[in-house]
Ligand binder design. Structure first.
Ligand code: SAH
Length: 343
């Protein structure tokens, strides 16, 4: 079995090449090629042919294939459905903002968290993505679109803290000065609330932005719509968030999909404010995307809820929806592709 070379760190590459009798700078050369998007060893023109052949015997370079690409006529948002080497598909969305391009990547094929409103989890988790497969989404979305990526959000399909080792390695790779060199402050990671993972991130003191998918401040409601709450209760989650803030000094962003009659009552806004006291949190209210398979409906109280939060000292914004004409959210394109295959 050949090994995935783009998931290797610079140190690992340098060591492996050293064992093949190569000088130390060779690692840097190969790393640079890989992170510029090389698709084959033959492109690496400053390596000798015998070395390129030796590398190709031991390693392979994973390259996702574009299975489908959609470009929004409304705002230029691009959505990619990639086919991985084993035939599995994941999606990536590239959004244009005034301050640069943001790419939203997937961290797993499917998801096992089971949130009631989310299309990504229907069908469960198939497998984790490797570091190179997360990196490939950023790299090839940038190359294909011709738009330099300035921000990355781990908010696509999957639960990043359920694949934390690979995610951490991906972060190291994408942040590397000889690689894509995306600053940690330009990266956001979103979690449904896996507390040990949040604690591990706090230990590492990474400068990334942590987003927590809150969706309900009370245990009763949260357990109904997010099974993860039965393992990691929202009370403990708030405590972990306070702790994270104390240790990192980083403000946490709380995602809140507004669901009609479920989590949009004033008392829930008041409870959020109470639980965030002492920490500069920010609530990101998301108008619920209608998922065909789910009976949950979008709330009609988004603005009232926002005002209620703000009146109690919590900054709250309503997420602007991009790519509305291309299903650019929440696992919808992959679902469609899976259905088409089934037919
Ligand atoms: N598993 C991580 C990463 C996914 S991020 C997490 O849960 O945070 C995707 C965000 O979109 C999450 O906040 C998720 O809860 C939210 N989301 C999922 N389905 C949605 C829907 N139908 N409408 C609005 N937001 C949704």
């Amino acid at each position: 079995m050949r090994e995935d070379i783009r998931s290797m760190t610079l140190e690992e590459l340098t060591a492996a090449l050293g064992e093949m009798g190569e000088p130390a700078f060779r690692g840097k050369q190969v790393f640079t090629w890989l992170h510029r998007g090389a698709r084959s060893f033959d492109e690496m023109s400053n390596l000798s042919k015998p070395l390129r052949e030796k590398l190709a015997e031991r390693y392979y370079i994973p390259v996702p294939a574009v299975a489908r690409k959609q470009v929004s006529k409304l705002d230029g948002t691009r959505k990619y459905l990639w086919e991985l080497e084993d035939g599995n598909c994941v999606e990536t969305v590239l959004m244009q903002y005034r301050h640069g391009n943001t790419v939203c990547i997937s961290s797993q094929v499917g998801c096992r968290m089971g949130c009631a409103f989310c299309a990504s989890t229907i069908g469960g988790k198939v497998r984790d993505l490797r570091p190179s497969e997360m990196l490939g989404q950023v790299m090839y979305a940038q190359l294909d679109s011709g738009r330099p990526v300035s921000n990355i959000v781990l908010m696509g399909i999957g639960e990043p803290l359920d694949n934390l080792d690979n995610v951490l390695r991906f972060l190291e790779l994408v942040n590397h000065p000889l690689g894509m060199n995306v600053g940690m402050r330009h990266i956001s990671l979103s979690t449904c609330g896996i507390i040990p993972g949040i604690r591990r991130l706090a230990d590492l003191e990474l400068q990334l932005t942590l987003s927590v998918s809150l969706h309900a401040p009370d245990s009763g409601t949260r357990s109904k719509i997010m099974p993860v709450n039965r393992a990691y209760d929202v009370e403990d989650l708030f405590a972990a968030c306070h702790d994270y803030f104390r240790r990192t000094g980083r403000r946490i962003s709380f995602e809140y999909a507004m669901i009609d009659g479920v989590n949009d009552a004033d008392w829930q806004a008041d409870l959020i404010a109470e639980k965030l006291r002492g920490m500069p949190g920010h609530a990101n209210l998301i108008p619920l995307n209608d998922v065909a398979e789910s009976p949950l409906k979008p709330s009609r109280r988004v603005r009232q809820f926002q005002r209620r939060l703000e009146s109690r000292g919590v900054t709250a914004t309503v997420r602007r929806s991009l790519g509305g004409d291309i299903d650019a959210s929440c696992g919808q394109l992959r679902r469609k592709a899976m259905e088409i295959r089934k037919e």
